[in-house]
Design a binder for this molecule. Structure first.
Ligand SMILES: C[S@@+](CC[C@H](N)C(=O)[O-])C[C@H]1O[C@@H](n2cnc3c(N)ncnc32)[C@H](O)[C@@H]1O
Length: 282
């Protein structure tokens, strides 16, 4: 399949490189932390692998066919294949698809969105490992249901906005959990298993804070100071350009992002609920 670089998943693609370089990890999801863990970038991969172990407990025993939607760099698909599952994966990202091609047969890696994915095959498991939030509910759930083989399972691990979330600036993301339950109810999908791991994933926000406070913010200050000293005119034009082409609102958000104060584990817990679900159609 021809590969071209797309822009749709740019920020996740940057994350692919950062995760690989700084944390030596192929995973793009949150980590699950235990009490007493030292929350740090070098420990991120271990926490992510704990997440994967837990996710595997939602799978029926192999051999089974799996569609890994938003499969990232192909790590889960490759792991499942090594355990005897027959796995296809989807990613709209060219960077991720290229990486996945090195781990899986090319015909198993579908470079498109889930919305655009076409097949007449059915799957025992349709998996969303932190990819569910990127796809509108009224498309992901009906389509997943239609792709299920008899007795099949939709497995979702993802962040949802909690019941009390009102759109305020808060870390985390996802569909509103109330809308999720309404949609599965309307589709006749049953919850076979529902695990709330919010407390275990929330410490991942500390990594985010460490990264912004300890790396991005000092780097920006350093470059700004260097430019001001060595190229004052360029510095002046850069400053004017930034003010001219970005709104006050987005500049304020950038400042807050660099300080990262609001991106705390506690604020994450207040605004989100991180869930692992197994859904059945019958
Ligand atoms: C946070 S990453 C998770 C990757 C991987 N599942 C993991 O657990 O490491 C989100 C994934 O969803 C994919 N994605 C985003 N929008 C999508 C869409 N519309 N259809 C399918 N996948 C999508 C991204 O390209 C990425 O692979």
């Amino acid at each position: 399949m021809a590969r071209k670089i797309d822009t749709q998943n740019e920020s996740l693609d940057v994350y692919v490189y950062m995760a690989k370089t700084f944390a030596d990890t192929p995973w793009l999801h949150y980590g699950m932390w235990e009490f007493g863990d030292r929350v740090s970038v070098p420990n991120m991969r271990k926490a992510q692998e704990r997440y994967v172990e837990f996710l595997l407990s939602f799978f029926p025993p192999a051999p089974k066919s799996v569609l890994d939607v938003g499969g990232g760099t192909g790590e889960m698909a490759s792991l499942l294949t090594s355990k005897g599952y027959e796995v296809d994966m989807i990613t709209p990202s060219g960077v991720q698809a290229e990486e996945a091609d090195t781990k899986l047969p090319m015909e198993r890696v579908h470079h498109c969105t889930f919305e655009a994915f076409e097949t007449d095959r059915k799957f025992d498991v349709v998996l969303f490992s932190e990819s569910f939030q990127y796809i509108p509910l009224d498309q992901s759930l009906p389509k997943s249901k239609s792709l299920l083989a008899p007795g099949g399972t939709i497995v979702i691990a993802d962040c949802f906005r909690g019941e009390n979330y009102n759109g305020e600036l808060a870390p985390g993301s996802g569909h509103k959990i109330t809308e999720f339950f309404e949609t599965i109810g309307a589709l006749g999908l049953n919850v076979a298993r529902d695990e709330d791991v919010t407390d275990k994933v929330a410490p991942t926000m500390e990594i985010d804070q460490q990264f912004y406070r300890g790396f991005v913010s000092p780097l920006v200050t350093q470059i700004d100071g260097l430019l001001k000293r060595t190229r004052p005119i360029v510095h002046w034009f850069a400053g004017m350009g930034y003010k001219l082409f970005t709104s006050r609102d987005s500049r304020d958000r950038m400042q807050m992002r660099l300080k990262a104060e609001y991106r705390s584990p506690d604020n994450f817990r207040k605004a989100n609920t991180y869930r692992f679900f197994a859904l059945k159609a019958d």
